[in-house]
Design a protein around this ligand. Sequence first.
Ligand SMILES: [Zn+2]
Ligand SMILES: [Zn+2]
Length: 232
Amino acid sequence: MFRLIHRLGLSPAEVKAACSAINRFRGYGVTCDAIAMGESAVRKVKMGRQFLETLGPDGPVRINSANFLMPRLGTEFADVMQQTSPIIGIGLTYEPILLSVHGPRDQAEQKVIGAGRYRGGAFVTVSGLREFFGFRPDTGEYAMHQKSAIDAVELAVCHEVGHVLIESYGRSMENLREEWHCNHPQCLMQETSDIAHFVEHAVKARLNFCKECARRIRMEVETLRRDSEEYD
Ligand SMILES: [Zn+2]
Ligand SMILES: [Zn+2]
């Protein structure tokens, strides 16, 4: 029910790491295939056309927070989940993902590792990790710490798939802000501020989902599976 849709230009190791990330959810009953982007890649994918437009053939992936953060994460997504197309796309790119915080493009854009629950699926980039670990296009490898870099790609994809499967963590009491991240200190779904923090914290500690996140994921996969069986 998941499909990794990747741009051409990613290294085989990066694509493989992203697939292993999705395959980590196998224990929950998730299935996954991988395909290079193109018209046929989005067949039966939720919001397929918009998904393809967002991933694009080149250039940064632009995420408009107005489409999914307000009034609550996944408003659009909840509608999408009702659609009959059974496959959830996970887009992988090597160019930046730019999150526009206030809507239109001319306002502040922020580089992010990924965006979950957008266009019916999620998007992840290796752009920041390539910079951090010194990716060498000539060899298709990372100059430093190839293994850590590849682990980081895997964990980044895992985190975004987690967002797809976990709706939200409720609202914080003081400012009624919706919480998108888990506050368990050993959970992969906690918030990390930037690439360095993510690598230092999540990758080195090989974080995984905490018990509560694992429970939510299991429940959501159950629902998705029922829905896609109805579709078949
Ligand atoms: Zn997150
Ligand atoms: Zn958690």
